[in-house]
Design a protein around this ligand. Sequence first.
Ligand code: PLP
Length: 445
Amino acid sequence: MLSTESIVPIPALDLTYVRSQFPSLAQTVNGHSAAFLDGPGGTQVPQLVIDAISGYLRHNNANTGGAYATSRRTDAMIAEARSAMADFLHSGADEVAFGPNMTTLTFAISRAIGRDLKPGDEIVVTRLDHDANVSPWLAMAEDRGVTVRWAEIHDADCTLDMADLASKINSKTKLVAAGYASNAVGTINPVKEIVGLAHAAEALAYIDAVHYGPHGLIDVAGLDCDFLVCSTYKFFGPHMGVLFGKREHLKRLRPYKVRPNTNAIPNCWEWGTLNHECIAGIAACVEYLADLGRHARESCGEDETCGDGRIGHPSSEARPLTRRAAIEAAYAAIHEHESALLQRMIAGLVKIPALKIYGITDPARFHERCATLAIRVDGHTPLELSTQLGDRGFFTWDGNYYALNLTEHLDVEKSGGFLRIGLVHYNTVEEVDRLLAALREIVGA
Ligand SMILES: Cc1ncc(COP(=O)(O)O)c(C=O)c1O
């Protein structure tokens, strides 16, 4: 077991710089500094995003496709946001569609995919997923007479049972829907392997990266997935969803759409008038991440502890980073920081008697999880804990967070689910230590 004292110091993310970008982090509750540990429900936004949204409404507010200045600027802004998201996802800009949120986009695309399916076809969903990557597929399967197969988990560490998943895929399988990371217990799934299993059966791979987005670099080209969905409000942007679809699929599938809308991709996969001000915020949120990467690289300099070829590598020093390379650098710094926070948090939590952590706790396996923790403490409901923490300025969540199949399977649904503590890159060591002290006080440890 790790002790808090033996832990390596937090590496080089410039927390002062990071936190200065997020005005909302300065809030207090009952005289306590607010600690935003609710990232999995939605992260805070940097000033860049706030300015982009209000700037759009002030200067460019218009519908698209008009023959006048604000409408043209709106068209240009959306094109730029698409290209920014393409850099974020590592895709083509014409493979990126915007929508109100991941759930809406998934219901919509599931209808289109279902058009080609028939009774006897099969799809695979997982016990670990958020219901937004389950219910749309169940509804489609019901409508089309398609058989649904469930991939189970290893209860002991809340990881996906890959052997079970593989056994559920066969020549009738048409789609495998899996999450990149669990929004409840933090498990990161071996997504590339899942995509490979799906493709070996000539099935589509549909990946929910909503929870992974703030923690790890998404690379749809590297994953070779057919679809990937994420939500920008989970990674420091506004409340919107984004769909990546391989060009060939977006062209081949037929969306349910109104006739005057174009048949050209990706716009034919976007319904009605979009939230333009939030799309302006999406471009800014990608810019924030790229700025973070550039800043991390600058502050890293030629320091050998950072000289791993990703950031601060001496030979790359003179070259300006492309936006994609800057995003990669940001996630390298984010990963180091979050790993150290996670290590410290788990080292403290395991010392609290009667507290159970659901998910991976072995530090040697931290690369298989992100810094999202689901816990329960004997004698206290998750709601009681969350409320008492909330009064002390800690924003945590209780319940199932729509990972309903998981809480039912682990038999915690009826007793209030889990208390969820979510760490992202703007959280600090001091917040982790304060949270651990508050929890100890609340449970009398
Ligand atoms: C893993 C995961 N998938 C899907 C969703 C649904 O996303 P949205 O709110 O954009 O529909 C969430 C939201 O919490 C989530 O955490």
